[in-house]
Design a protein around this ligand. Structure first.
Ligand SMILES: Cc1cc2nc3c(=O)[nH]c(=O)nc-3n(C[C@H](O)[C@H](O)[C@H](O)COP(=O)(O)OP(=O)(O)OC[C@H]3O[C@@H](n4cnc5c(N)ncnc54)[C@H](O)[C@@H]3O)c2cc1C
Length: 386
């Protein structure tokens, strides 16, 4: 298990195929989808045909059975071009399909996963509530057990739920309070709620600053009744399922940060080589060359941190602290590179015509979603022993 800094031919082939796809199909549409705030069913289906759904799910359930680093590289190459499409894939795979794959019963996996590995079906992750964001254990959504017919009735609401309000959403994993523990604290349990369940309503949230072509929804549960065999994991295991899911999810948000930073660097370097001021290309002015050096250095450091976290995960080592560090650092690198990139573009960097403007806005979400930067610092400091 020695460290290796060399990639494999297989991984680079995968990287190139996703990169080619992103440039051929996503890039020409990204600006319009962002401007009009349109979720693209066409691109989602195409990403499914490329095998970007169910990437780490085993072939037995219809997935690609790839390792975690391969999946992370796919997300990275999408985000290099467009964060919205990367968000659809990252949220679906890490937060939607993964909990069913890792914690579901054989029946649940057979019933739900095959559809979720095609690009024709999405599954969402319903943790956040209007009054329970960073403090995710403060859920108010309730689940009442009906002994007579072995069902659960859920009531409450969720907010900011990615992929929840599309016409191809197949369901949502919901964390709800299912009772009280001996110490009086809420007992939290997860439930698989199919999208067509009576009483479930999902509404698209509009006017976002970033990820404008990704679907974000509000979810309402009004006496939603589901059978006990749609409970995910054991009663009372809900919070640990959600937190472990977020450990994995942080790797894909890290990949979104790394990809966005690389995209900003690609664009800025090319522009700095072409744009002439004071008789020479921008990149020949030391102030601009140093910006590019700093961007490239942070990109390199982010990549090493993220890939090491994936390596730890793949080798069944504790990767929680590295996942938080990678999420935190890659997000900050994305912000740094998109801001410095915008500066290199001068006035043009403030215009929608130039993709650096979209990268700058999209970077903002990375320090908020799946645990804010403040929460990552809390997680890291706790694991350090503070
Ligand atoms: C586009 C988008 C997509 C999302 N997708 C999903 C999804 O698919 N599923 C899902 O469940 N959620 C999703 N979220 C929700 C996201 O995870 C939350 O927004 C995030 O966890 C922060 O919660 P909050 O917005 O309620 O902020 P709050 O928890 O209210 O925090 C506000 C501020 O206070 C800080 N803060 C809070 N507590 C502390 C503390 N103890 N110490 C220091 N600082 C603190 C935070 O860091 C933040 O800066 C999404 C959000 C967005 C914007």
């Amino acid at each position: 298990m020695a460290y290796s800094f060399t990639s494999t031919e297989e991984l680079e082939l995968l990287r190139n195929s996703v990169s080619d796809f992103a440039r051929e199909f996503i890039q020409p549409k990204a600006r319009e989808l962002d401007e009009k705030e349109i979720f693209s069913y066409e691109l989602t289906e195409k990403m499914g045909e490329l095998g970007l759904f169910g990437t780490v799910v085993s072939e037995e359930y219809g997935g690609q059975g790839l390792d975690y680093l391969s999946y992370i590289v796919c997300v990275e190459e999408l985000a290099r071009v467009d964060s919205s499409q990367a968000a659809t894939i990252a949220a679906h795979n890490s937060l939607g399909a993964a909990p069913i794959y890792y914690y579901g019963t054989k029946e649940q996996k057979e019933k739900f996963l095959p559809d979720l590995c095609t690009g024709k079906g999405l599954w969402a992750f319903g943790l956040t509530e209007p009054e329970a964001g960073s403090d995710a254990s403060a859920s108010k959504t309730t689940a009442r057990y009906n002994e007579k017919d072995e069902t659960w009735t859920l009531n409450g609401s969720k907010i900011w739920i990615t992929n929840s309000a599309t016409s191809i959403t197949k369901g949502i994993t919901i964390q709800a309070v299912s009772g009280r523990k001996h110490d009086g604290k809420p007992e939290l349990t997860c439930f698989l709620v199919p999208a067509d369940t009576k009483g479930l309503t999902c509404k698209t949230m509009k006017d976002k600053l970033m990820w404008r072509a990704s679907n974000t929804g509000e979810v309402y549960l009004d006496n939603v009744t589901i059978p006990d065999n749609y409970r995910l994991g054991k009663r009372g295991q809900g919070f640990s399922i959600m937190m472990e899911t977020l450990d994995n999810g942080r790797l894909s948000i890290g990949a979104m940060g790394l990809g966005l930073a690389k995209g900003a660097l690609d664009l800025s370097l090319r522009y700095a080589q072409e744009r002439i001021t004071f008789g020479k290309p921008l990149c020949k002015h030391q102030a601009i060359a140093f910006k590019l050096s700093d961007m490239a250095t942070r990109v390199e450091a982010s990549e090493n941190l993220l890939y090491k976290a994936c390596w730890q995960k793949q080798n069944n080592l504790d990767f929680r602290m590295l996942a938080s560090m990678a999420k935190l650092y890659c997000s900050e690198t994305a912000e740094f590179c998109s801001r410095e990139g915008q500066q290199i573009f001068g006035g043009y960097g403030l215009m929608k015509e130039y993709p650096i403007e979209r990268h700058f806005r999209d970077a903002a979400l990375l320090r908020i979603g799946e645990g804010t930067s403040e929460i990552q610092r809390i997680v890291i400091s706790r694991l350090l022993g503070c």
